[in-house]
Write a protein that binds this ligand. Structure first.
Ligand SMILES: [Zn+2]
Length: 281
């Protein structure tokens, strides 16, 4: 808190002396020793242009008393108190930033190599979230459900064991979808193996737009294949390979059209590129 007229800042509960909250330093008894009520504002501790705080004779509170006396007495001409938010160590600003706050309270870990494959500006957040779950192998696939005594085979092809690596993309159904949409774009380097696929998406020599498109097709495919798997499992729908390909293609186009970054010609080129990639298949 940057204290100016002292009418907003709480004496005991706002950090106005840069020593932390005073109530934490003195405990509840401090209010008696200093003669300042719990609910007092900083301006209530001033009378006749002087700090009116007791405690200089107390062994415990002498130091705090002296610290307050060293503080310049409030000046009502300076305007209102300003609430400051911590943006980083020793950096306080009068506005709140959720990003900077999150950066300070979160646990920092080293960046995983696949982070840009999952999270990127042109991605669809709910697709990205789904890919993140898949990368962490956190979807409720058959092999994970076995711990609950349930046996689940692949509803897309009938294979006995449903695992993450089977659905993405060892399964003939999902590989046909993935290969059809990403084959040309990846220079015909699609692979049924999950690790190889993730590695290729993370590190390849494709040109800029194709890199983005490939990640976009990847996350859109993952999302829709998993959706198809759930529909079949709960008997609420059934789409053929061709129908799912068309659905994913449309979702990719919708996403490209909704992007509003950079100049329009970039957007146009991206759409054009996607048309080229899907025409011959
Ligand atoms: Zn399958």
């Amino acid at each position: 808190m940057q204290v100016n007229d002292g009418r907003t800042a709480f004496f005991w509960f706002d950090n106005w002396l840069q020593t932390g909250r005073l109530i934490d330093i003195t405990g509840a008894v401090g209010t008696c020793y200093l003669g300042i009520p719990r609910t007092a504002k900083v301006c209530d501790a001033v009378s006749q242009a002087q700090w009116n705080v007791r405690g200089h004779r107390s062994r415990h509170f002498r130091e705090l008393h002296a610290r307050i006396q060293r503080e310049p007495v409030l000046d009502v001409e300076q305007g209102h108190d300003v609430i400051l938010w911590k943006h980083s160590e020793d950096d306080y600003k009068p506005w709140f930033s959720s990003k900077q706050t999150w950066e300070q309270i979160r646990e920092h870990k080293t960046t995983v190599i696949w982070s840009k494959t999952v999270w990127f500006a042109q991605g669809v957040p709910r697709f990205s979230f789904m890919v993140w779950l898949v990368v962490k192998n956190r979807l409720a696939t058959g092999d994970r459900m076995r711990a609950w005594g349930l046996h689940q085979s692949c509803v897309l092809c009938g294979e006995r064991d449903e695992t993450r690596d089977h659905i993405f993309f060892a399964c003939p159904y999902s590989f046909t979808v993935w290969n059809n949409l990403a084959g040309r774009l990846s220079g015909y380097r699609t692979d049924p193996d999950w690790e190889i696929t993730l590695q290729f998406l993370t590190n390849n020599d494709l040109q800029y737009l194709d890199k983005i498109l490939l990640k976009l097709v990847f996350q859109t495919s993952i999302y829709h294949i998993w959706q198809e798997r759930n529909k079949r499992r709960h008997h609420t729908g059934y789409r053929s390979v061709d129908q799912l390909i068309r659905l994913i293609d449309k979702a990719v186009r919708n996403r490209i059209s909704s992007l509003r970054y950079g100049a329009d010609h970039k957007l146009g080129r991206m759409m054009q590129r996607w048309f080229e990639m899907t025409q011959t298949t």
